[in-house]
Design a protein around this ligand. Structure first.
Ligand code: HPA
Ligand SMILES: [Zn+2]
Length: 330
């Protein structure tokens, strides 16, 4: 669906389509343990978050040069634009690359070659959010933040991703304090596989302004009430939840109940190359399977811009919001 929307939960490494993975493997002479794209696609049967993460990190081996990151980001921006994405706040995982021996500058400069010209080339404004791997140490996260200081003109905020359970937000208290002191915006994955208490901790200890996923808040009515009262945006990813089995089937996704409860929900794609769809595909899926009305879909689109980090360009935000109100659902 091409309703104008902002994508707020998108891991750029999760946009690596099998065709591009093989192209980059050839270009960089990296051996992939799959014969072809068809065999690779067959590996996209996930049991849970960890089984996905194993493949996600494995395929990153093909990303080696600035040009690779530029090509990856341009491929995503073209696909996103075709599905109505007007603004994208893009996650990347610096540690997943630096631990393979890449320089942080290779990743940031490469992504920036695409992002810096994205408004002109794709009609999509962008922000970059650097995520810490929560299953790595807090020390490694702090070193990553320090290494990113030369690039802070290109990085809007910090996030927290990778294996959630057993790695509560509090582990990263000092890193988030340091990020705030540098003027960075703060978000974190919480309540995807982890308990509702991680959502509360992300708000109270890390000071996050948005919660990525936040799905499991529905198990705690007092938390739902708080999220509604404080208008905390949640970046939901419905197709991701089905593929990673945090919900059994899309028809049982709590999105309608969450909207009815008054939560500020947004719909996003997470890792679209792996989970079967980009932002517009996620909108299509919730419309068809959950029967959301056009006004509910408009609310989701509106929320995406309201929850975006466009404070430095309120004029652009206003323009996007006007596009949402003018959109005619077919
Ligand atoms: O859905 C996700 N959850 C946590 N970490 C991730 N890293 C990429 N995608 C994800
Ligand atoms: Zn995610």
């Amino acid at each position: 669906m091409s309703v104008p929307k902002a994508e707020l939960h998108l891991h750029i490494e999760g946009t690596l389509e099998p065709e591009l993975a093989f192209e980059l493997a050839d270009r960089n002479r990296v051996e992939l343990p799959y014969a072809d794209t068809e065999e690779l696609r067959k590996a996209y049967q996930f049991e849970d978050l960890q089984s996905f993460l194993n493949l996600y990190y494995e395929l990153m081996a093909v990303l080696r040069t600035e040009r690779d990151f530029e090509d990856l980001a341009n491929a995503y921006l073209a696909r996103a634009a075709a599905q109505g994405v007007r603004h994208a706040e893009i996650f990347f995982d610096p540690q997943a690359h630096t631990k393979r021996g890449l320089e942080l500058g290779t990743v940031v400069e490469g992504l920036w070659r695409a992002l810096g010209s994205s408004e002109a080339n794709h009609g999509v404004s962008t922000r970059l959010i650097m995520c810490f791997l929560r299953d790595d140490s807090a020390e490694s996260a702090m070193e990553t933040l320090r290494a990113a200081e030369p690039y802070l003109d290109r990085i809007t905020g910090v996030g927290l991703d990778s294996a959630e359970v057993g790695h509560p937000p509090v582990k990263f208290r000092e890193v988030y304090e340091a990020a705030a002191a540098l003027g960075l915006r703060r978000v974190a994955h919480a309540g995807e596989e982890g308990p509702p208490a991680y959502i509360t901790e992300a708000l109270d200890v890390l000071g996050v302004e948005r919660v990525d996923h936040g799905l499991r808040c529905m198990e705690d009515p007092a938390l739902v009430e708080r999220l509604v009262r404080e208008r905390v945006p949640l970046t939901l990813c419905p197709l991701s939840n089905v593929r990673l089995r945090t919900v059994d089937v899309l028809a049982e996704h709590p999105l309608p109940a969450m909207l009815d409860a008054g939560l500020m929900c947004t719909v996003n794609s997470d890792d679209p190359a792996y989970f079967g769809g980009y932002a517009g595909d996620n909108f299509d899926a919730v419309r068809q399977t959950l029967g959301l009305t056009d006004e509910r879909l408009r609310e989701l689109a509106r929320n995406s811009f309201l929850a975006s980090f466009l404070e430095d360009d309120e004029e652009l935000r206003g323009q996007y919001l006007a596009e949402v109100e003018a959109y005619e659902f077919g």
